[in-house]
Design a binder for this molecule. Sequence first.
Ligand code: NAD
Length: 477
Amino acid sequence: MSKHQNYIAGEWTDSGEFQPNVNPSDLSDVVGEYARADAASARRAVDAAADAFASWQVSGIQQRADILDKVGSAIIARKEEFGRLLSREEGKTLAEGIGEANRAGQIFKFFAGEALRIEGEKLASVRPGIEVEITREPVGVVGIITPWNFPIAIPAWKIAPALAFGNCVVFKPADLVPGCAWAIADLLHEAGIPKGVFNLVMGRGSVVGQALIQSPHVQAITFTGSVGTGRAIAVQCAEAGKKVQLEMGGKNPLVVLDDADLKVAVNCAVQGAYFSTGQRCTASSRLIVTAGIHDAFVAAMKEAISKLVVGDALKPETQIGPVVDASQLEQDLAYTRIAGEEGAEVFGGRTLEREAKGFYLEPVLFVGTHNEMRINREEIFGPSASVIRVTNYEEALAVANGTEFGLCAGVCTQSLKHASHFKRHSQAGMVMVNLPTAGVDYHVPFGGRKGSSYGPREQGRYAAEFYTTVKTTYIAP
Ligand code: NAD
């Protein structure tokens, strides 16, 4: 069994324990053994990053761009290999895994370009003869804490901008998906990242994550994960005066209006709710449907989801891979029970047997629900969606916004008037018109409002906001 160590101060380093990385499509398949670090290893990584910062922060932008570009090109060239690894450890289908790997490569290449485009401003002072310069400088050591559901893309969209703007990194991936994290560290090592600039510390959130948050040498924490963990981290960071950025859960609405193209609407709902096994923060979990199209939409949805092929993530015919692990499966089943108890009609949602033992679950649709039910208030994070019937557009908009979350919102309509109104009045960070709520570009900002996000946006040019700090300089001749 191959053993994978942590990467600290430019060395592959033993950290005591190892844990197996198990394939959710086949529980007898172990992807590898991965280090589970203690807090002392995390502190060593922070010290290495702090030491490296002095030279990396003034390193040439060409050096940073070259390293990021090399990593991006290598990921794209080897996307089948990394996509397979991702699907094996997380359970996304192979096509989804390869797509995500390719996107991670594109993200690295985008930020290679951004390293060359760091902007400033020059203004005249209100005092004659004096000039004012506004420049962006790196923040320092950035602690990166990521979830399991996008094992290569989310690390990429945090690590690449952090390094592009001259920060040093300590990266703690989710326990369930250390394989892709290790692969990124290996690629950065191969690309010649200087010692200590990037460090990988695999291990538990309560141990390694906490060591990063509590270290006085970490200046900023970027976190993606659940609401509860994120909010607790924000409190700790505020107390310590650290910069913090959080991307958390969603309860994303997809509004389907009477004038929608039924085929488009069903396609958006099926892709948005069930692909990637529904394990996406942007998943369309509330399908808000006006009365005139409701029955036709529900009938078409039932037909579409009963045809979805659930199976081993690596098999070419599979459309929906397994749930990631036993506790997520238990959570999905618990919400299906709750839906029944709350009076919803439950269509699907049974566990399935396949050749190998894995966490297979049938997609589930809850019909006849209302927005106050628990299934419509709490994030489920499985292959499930609820239909909420409404009378008209105004009620649909109110229900769409009637949630503590605000990540992504979609509308299916052929009316320009309703699409424009929805775009302006949706309380979400991202809006989709006649498109699934999930599936976003890598070169534009990503993030939400209300309980879904906190702090500056990620990705695109807007990433500079979090990964740099602004300096204002006054110059007299
Ligand atoms: P999680 O909150 O359990 O874990 C996220 C990360 O935090 C992991 O690396 C974990 O080890 C670490 N962690 C856990 N406890 C910690 C602690 N006390 N201190 C420091 N770190 C700690 O989330 P998850 O189950 O891995 O991911 C699923 C969640 O992520 C869902 O809620 C989903 O909506 C959210 N998510 C959000 C986005 C977004 O961009 N908005 C994207 C993907 C996933």
